[in-house]
Write a protein that binds this ligand. Structure first.
Ligand code: BES
Ligand code: ZN
Length: 468
């Protein structure tokens, strides 16, 4: 087996590559695919994970500071991943993934005449725009009155509602989205749903309509605001929601390297960040790890027993959407061919731990054992931990495919025993920048990344050899 470079040398090598590249002496003149702007300090054909992380940080910076699903930073990241893999010799396919997109640009507004009302929140996937119309209460009952709070659940509730009005409804009985859809069908130009006023249910909630498109602005308001409006039926209200609410498309990037058998060793990492920040640890680190491993694997020319497939998922942060889409699209035969799936999500946490998780079955446990063995072999101590459904491995586990993953920790607190194992700071989170703006290149821990990415690459090679 090829020995990894000693840590110091690896860092030096990266420094030299990055320095050479930024001097323009990169020597890489292969044309990029259409639509690809060559990043100025593009790392060399085979790079350490940090070089890829630096590229992802730049892509976020040039695209509004994040790489969230459906944004320009997400597209640029997927193009970067696909271009690097193609250049390394992988056959790459982009799988479209549709998902509900919602991004609110400013706070919602609600006014009665000239008075702004407080206690207003936008329902997720509300339509966008400014409208006004007379308030129309929909089958409301006086507070405390008996009977179902089912205002707006049936079309008959809207008898006599004036077209062009704003429907005022109370929370209860059916889904918020049904009330809003019914209101729109009855000719409403806006929808207001107020809380029911039972104990603990007076304020606003972060409600959702489940998906786009609502087509009309839809707000959730407090119980008192609802009561106030109910007493002013027929008076004009003005509503404003400023949001993008639509179905968008992102892509899974799926790359194959053919082996001797039709069995597949698979590893994956999600491409998208949250909207708050550039997502360099979550999950630039997983992407960079797999890209570097993929480049090495393709360059090594050593025949592997199993085929290797790398997948870079879209829209994980919105509910594992890309990986679910992928698994759903596999035939039973294709599913059975996947010998194991290794998930990489957060492997460079600033105050990092070294965790290995896996599915509950015997073959998953075998994968986890291989990963822990590779860590031990590098002098790295690890802990097992459960992660339940928090990342893309869950999509595979649900389909009965063996899964395991490496993880360096998110907002959980590192205890003193863990500090003894891995250094860093006790009583502080593993990643203080989890899902925040500061999830940047300068906040990651390079030793954590080096150790986990080295072990991840070795685990993937072991699975490809059929040894796990
Ligand atoms: N990277 C995080 C957390 C994580 C890391 C979970 C490793 C599991 C393994 C992930 O992107 C995330 O934020 N997950 C969400 C749930 C997901 C279904 C949106 C979470 O854990 O809250
Ligand atoms: Zn993640």
């Amino acid at each position: 087996m090829r020995r990894a470079l000693p840590a110091g040398l690896a860092v030096l090598a990266v420094a030299v590559v990055v320095a050479a590249a930024s001097l323009g002496g990169d020597g890489d003149d292969e044309p990029l695919p259409a639509g690809e702007a060559a990043p100025r300090s593009e790392p060399r054909p085979s790079s350490a994970p940090v070089a890829h992380l630096a590229a992802l940080q730049r892509l976020a910076e040039r695209n509004g500071g994040n790489r969230a699903a459906g944004t320009p930073g997400d597209r640029a990241s997927a193009r970067y991943v696909a271009a690097r893999l193609r250049r390394a010799g992988w056959s790459v396919r982009l799988q479209p993934v549709r998902f509900p997109y919602f991004d609110e640009h400013s706070r919602p507004e609600l006014a009665l005449g000239r008075r702004r009302l407080r206690g207003v929140s936008t329902l997720r996937y509300s339509g966008s725009g400014s409208i006004s119309g007379p308030v129309g209460p929909i089958d409301l009952r006086p507070p405390g009155a008996p009977g179902e709070r089912d205002s707006g659940c049936r079309m008959s509730d809207f008898a006599g509602f004036p077209r062009g009005g704003v429907a005022l409804m109370e929370r209860g009985t059916c889904q918020l989205s049904l009330k809003v859809v019914n209101a729109r069908r009855a000719g409403a130009v806006g929808a207001l749903i107020f809380n029911d006023g039972r104990p603990g249910r007076s304020g606003t909630i972060e409600g959702t309509l489940g998906g786009p498109p609502a087509r009309i602005p839809a707000l959730f308001i407090t119980h008192p605001a609802g009561q106030r409006l109910a007493a002013r039926a027929g008076e004009r209200v003005r509503m404003k929601v400023d949001a993008d609410s639509e179905t968008r498309t992102t892509h899974n990037v799926v790359a194959d390297l053919e082996g001797a058998t039709r069995e597949v060793a698979m590893a994956g990492a999600h491409i998208d960040s949250v909207t708050r920040g550039p997502g360099i640890n979550d999950n630039g680190s997983g992407v960079a790890t797999l890209l570097a491993a993929g480049e090495e694997l393709a360059a090594s020319k050593r025949p592997h027993e199993r085929s290797v497939r790398l997948a870079f998922w879209g829209a994980e942060e919105l509910g594992l959407i890309g990986s679910r889409r992928y698994v759903r699209g596999l035939s039973p035969v294709e599913r059975r061919r996947i010998a194991g799936y290794l998930n990489l999500d957060m492997v460079a946490s600033g105050n990092g731990g070294r965790f290995v998780y896996s599915g509950g079955d015997r073959r998953s446990a075998g994968l986890a054992r291989t990963a822990r063995r590779e860590l031990t072999r590098r002098g790295v101590r690890s802990q097992r931990r459960g992660l339940a459904g928090g990342s893309d491995h869950a999509s595979f586990e649900a389909a009965g495919i063996p899964v395991a993953g490496l993880f360096s920790g998110a907002s959980e607190i590192k205890d003193r025993a863990q500090r003894e194992l891995w250094g860093g700071r006790a009583n502080r989170p593993f990643d203080r920048c989890y899902h925040l703006r500061c999830d940047r290149l300068d906040a990651i821990d390079r030793r954590t990344l080096r150790e986990l990415s080295g072990a991840a690459a070795a685990t993937l090679r072991a699975v490809a050899r059929g040894a796990a």
